[in-house]
Design a protein around this ligand. Structure first.
Ligand code: CP3
Length: 352
């Protein structure tokens, strides 16, 4: 482990936490739980804090990013916090003209599609990451023994935005480019891997105890395309942090056919979405890998007895894995009643 001696994972603060133990394959007394997108619009205190501040400005304000990260931890009693930022933050810091449009997502001033577009991309100046580093440091000071999860977007999911110029349903242009112009694709994916890898490394060195690589849109790929044109760059992204020795979670949506390949990029834990039963995902992984997931976000708005039965079923199915961290199959929908999330945390912690 090449982490500083005063890092929370090294100095005794987080190594024995339930989340880190589970990520390392152990079964703590209570099953740990946190939620993707737990920080955000489901919380009134978030909406209040964000008034008048653009999303990316909030991400780059260490006081705000830290406070927003801590809000769901204080409110729900979740077992981990995930740093409030966005997968496009390192692109912005590298000089890409990108903004996050409310209700839509990341939108670029101009898409990146040609060899010349890719050649014009600048490397990330490590100094530009200081607002991220400062936000993480502020956050872990207050989290004590609760681990902070650092995260980054995987190169394919970033490329899906870069090539399209904004959100798209099927990421068709990116999926064409990898075949139509493999040289440009390789250059773009290499750039994205290094920029996102540097963003992740900065969060870990500043105090995050685990890393999650989001390849949210990898589910649009065949296994053959994933293996040939995507996996090598995801591997390159996490090569930026592998020497640090923290656990790495890899997650995508609709990736039931890709789970083994996603583990094989060097992940310690695989996040499973809600399109397949958790025990089926575990079976596809050979029963040897800790998993995270996979409460159906649609059920957050169902009557409590329906949701309760589903959560208990997820916990039961998770017993097929060496270890299980309860999470959603994807992010918290903005209209979710936050009290429901608190109630899930209490249920998971009391279930045996
Ligand atoms: O609590 C957390 O999970 C931490 C924060 C976080 C955000 N984005 C904050 C955010 C994380 C981990 C992300 C990652 C992210 N961003 C992903 C991968 C995870 C996933 O959900 O699949 C992706 C694909 C993005 C790109 C992105 N950024 C989208 C699709 C959106 C939503 C657009 C919308 O308005 O519905 C964003 C914006 C964004 N990122 C918001 C938040 C809280 C909403 C912006 C706001 O509150 O104004």
């Amino acid at each position: 482990m090449n982490l500083p001696a005063d890092h929370p994972l090294v100095d005794g603060r987080t190594a024995a936490s339930a989340v880190i133990r589970a990520y390392r394959g152990d079964r703590p007394e209570t099953t740990p739980v946190w939620f993707m997108r737990q920080a955000g619009r489901s919380l009134p205190e978030y909406r209040e804090l964000r008034v008048g501040t653009a999303m990316l400005d909030a991400c780059l304000d260490p006081e705000l990013s830290s406070e927003i990260t801590l809000q769901p931890w204080r409110r729900h009693g979740v077992d981990a916090a995930i740093f409030f930022s966005d997968i496009v933050v390192p692109l912005k810091l590298a000089g890409v003209d990108v903004d996050i449009v409310p209700g839509r997502g990341p939108v670029l001033g101009a898409p990146i599609r040609t060899a010349a577009d890719v050649a014009a991309l600048a490397p990330l100046d490590p100094a530009s990451l200081s607002p991220v580093t400062a936000g993480v440091a502020r956050t872990v000071e207050q989290l004590g023994s609760t681990p902070l999860i650092g995260f980054a977007g995987a190169p394919f999911t970033l490329a899906a935005y870069l090539v399209e110029g904004g959100p798209s349903k099927d990421h068709l242009r990116a999926r064409t480019l990898m075949h139509a112009d493999p040289g440009t694709w390789a250059a773009l994916m290499t750039w994205a891997a290094d920029v996102t890898g540097a963003f992740l490394r900065a969060q870990i060195l500043a105090g995050a105890s685990a890393a999650q690589l989001f390849d949210s849109w990898a589910g649009s790929l065949s296994l053959a395309d994933y293996t040939a044109h995507v996996a090598p760059y995801s591997r390159r992204a996490i090569a930026h942090v592998h020497d640090l020795g923290m656990p790495i979670v890899h997650f995508g949506v609709g990736t039931g056919e890709l789970l083994g390949a996603m583990r094989d990029i060097g992940a310690d834990v695989v996040g499973i979405d809600d399109r397949i039963p958790l025990d089926e995902g575990i079976r596809r992984l050979g029963g040897t890998v800790p998993v995270q997931g996979n409460i159906n976000p649609a059920l957050l708005a169902a009557p409590w007895p329906v949701l309760e039965a589903h959560v208990l079923d997820v916990i039961e199915r998770g017993r097929a894995a060496p270890a299980h961290v309860v999470n959603l199959g994807h992010g918290v929908p903005p209209e979710t009643d936050p009290d429901v999330l608190t109630r899930i945390v209490q249920l998971v912690h009391s279930a045996h």
